[in-house]
Design a protein around this ligand. Sequence first.
Ligand code: C2E
Ligand code: MG
Ligand code: MG
Ligand code: MG
Length: 288
Amino acid sequence: RVKAEGRNGYRFFEEEMHKSAQSRNRLINELRESVARGDFELHYQPIFDAKTLQPRVMEALVRWRHPSEGLLQPGRFIGIAEETGLMEPLGRWILRQACADAASWPKGIKVAVNISPAQFRGPELFDAVLRTLLETGLSPDQLEFEVTESILLQEKEENLLLFRQLKNIGISIALDDFGVGYASLGSVVSFPFDKVKIDRSFTKDLVTNPANRTVVASIMTLAAGLGVQVIAEGVETEEQLDYLRSQGLDLVQGYLLGRPAPAGLNEWVGAGPAGAPQGGHHLACDGR
Ligand code: C2E
Ligand code: MG
Ligand code: MG
Ligand code: MG
């Protein structure tokens, strides 16, 4: 009996493995076709000046228009894209779309594009960036890249060179999800970042967890020493916002202040949530 059950259990396990491998393969094929067709859209989430609460940056966040499952969040497909070589063509699509969108925005608002480590190597990225800027007419000082600590773990010299090239033409670079990666503090401070984004996990229990407040305070000290700006991501409550502003953070982002939305529906760079004509929403508010 025990043996029989063991066998059934094993067969069940095998079947499940087979099914999940099949559904993964199906997803890979669908992703490949969608990358070839450009079946994605970018939503933009604002990042605000913490003092004035004016929007400064729009972060581009990719969504996949899946053929049958509707709009999929990046957590469902970025990892697969990275493992299958699809992140490079997808990343080129994202960069081009983001730059094309941002070219028509007010000059004081940048676009931030998340760059995967899978895209970040060799001269290809720099060439693609130059070409995209030329073709879309976006000014390089309106473009920001968000990279995670994982970029600091490999090919340091090569990545440092690429950083310098990007910065030389006016692109700014933010370190995303800071505090949860594996890079050494030494390597973080040796890279010329313009901004660090404190990971959402530290913003989350800020008001109730003294350890998180200590993390924020030490990142503020570090950033002041390095001369870089600090962004808090994942701000969801007034209490968190008040605390972060009292600590002198430069920039804030989160559902409290604005959720990701398609450019055309975006309150700051599009028509606004009510679907008013371009700029109409704010002109109306200003009473002009
Ligand atoms: P991320 O770059 O750290 O982006 C922040 C994520 O947190 C976004 O999720 C955003 O919608 C979400 N978020 C923003 N504010 C809040 C908040 O107040 N509360 C909570 N709970 N969540 C908030 P999303 O769009 O699902 O993206 C997840 C991750 O996928 C991103 O993390 C980024 O690592 C990756 N990703 C997204 N778009 C791209 C892209 O175009 N290229 C690459 N390479 N990666 C991307
Ligand atoms: Mg990001
Ligand atoms: Mg982030
Ligand atoms: Mg994050």
